[in-house]
Ligand binder design. Structure first.
Ligand code: SF4
Length: 335
């Protein structure tokens, strides 16, 4: 059945989708505990992954169906050998191009980002402490990441910092993160710890939106200003009066924001996911290699999207490992 109307990617709940997150690789130069399973992931033959021209061609099909924004993710997108070429090619499309990175290699891409018109860069920063960062990432790249964050600020990029908040690990730094926005014009986002295959998720390790804001409100009181969130925003944004930067909370666990979701995902091996937590996927890469028309597959995938968290509507369902572990590991989705 043709669900297309005017080439807008609508799901059965009437949500239009115009934002595609493309994972360029499952490889990464870090090993973050909440993303990469302890035992790592099985690295598969390159033939199973999208080649440069396949990324571009499949992206073009999505753009022809109304996608207006593409965010490149990974693993770590910048470790891909052809990352510069992919960015340059995608920049030719009529879209807003953005990227999520762990920041380690960013200094090698400043010119590429500028030429491609990339303004918005998300950098993962789960701690402002070197030792703790090494414990979370299982690598020693804190200095490189921090200096590259300051380089991006100096080069006038719009910098968003992503911290996954975990109890007993970095929840004691929330006020330091907010304080970081005093002199730095960044948007610091605190992400509720989410379940993915192999990340040993358990909500007792997470900190909720309410708990985070209670901490901030207790310390900053009336200086906390609520900012206007945009329609498709995943984050609830705030600012401390007089500070250069802002902060926000992304509350997928305790306060999901699926009603206005406009996001679709394409994994590095060419599978389409209509939700971060969807268990069903559509193999676009094999279809593309067989010369098939991808559009009916894409429309069908979007139409079947569940209302909330891939069908895990309630907190109980979302916390049920027999459900949430059916998904891929975070590194194989790209967040
Ligand atoms: S959980 Fe799924 S439906 Fe909800 S906002 Fe995220 S991607 Fe969209």
């Amino acid at each position: 059945m043709d669900h297309s109307s005017n080439n807008i990617l609508l799901d059965q709940f009437g949500r239009p989708h115009d934002y595609l997150r493309i994972s360029l690789t499952e490889r990464c130069n870090l090993r973050c505990t909440y993303c990469m399973p302890e035992e790592g992931i099985v690295l598969r033959p390159r033939a199973q992954f999208m080649k440069t021209d396949e990324v571009i061609a499949i992206a073009k099909t999505f753009v022809s169906l109304g996608i207006k924004k593409i965010r490149l993710t990974g693993g770590e997108p910048l470790v891909r050998n052809d990352a510069k070429e992919v960015i340059e090619q995608l920049a030719k499309l009529p879209i807003e191009l953005a990227i999520s990175t762990n920041g380690v290699l960013v200094d090698q891409f400043i010119d590429t980002f500028k030429k491609a018109g990339i303004h918005s860069i998300n950098v993962s920063l789960d701690s402002l402490q070197e030792g703790k960062t090494a414990a979370i990432t299982r690598r020693n790249n804190f200095a490189a990441t921090l200096s590259n964050i300051h380089l991006l600020i100096k080069e006038n990029f719009h910098v968003k910092l992503n911290a996954v908040i975990m109890k007993g690990l970095n929840d004691d730094e929330i006020l330091d993160f907010v304080q970081f926005t005093k002199e730095n014009p960044v948007h610091f986002r605190f992400i509720e710890f989410m379940p993915f295959n192999g990340n040993k998720w358990d909500w007792s390790k997470g900190l909720s939106y309410k708990e985070i804001m209670d901490l901030v409100n207790t310390d900053y009181g009336a200086k906390v200003q609520k900012l206007q969130d945009k329609k498709n925003d995943t984050a609830k944004s705030y600012k401390i009066e007089g500070y250069k930067g802002t902060f926000a909370v992304i509350s997928s666990v305790t306060n999901p924001f699926c009603d206005s979701c406009n996001r679709l995902r394409l994994t590095a091996d060419g599978r389409m996911k209509n939700c971060l937590f969807s268990q069903s996927e559509t193999d676009l890469l094999t279809a593309f290699r067989n010369g098939e028309d991808l559009r009916p597959l894409i429309f069908e995938n979007v139409w079947k999207k569940k209302s909330t968290r891939g069908g895990m509507d309630t907190f109980e369902e979302f916390s049920d490992a027999s459900l949430n572990q059916q998904n891929r590991s975070m590194i194989a989705i790209g967040g």
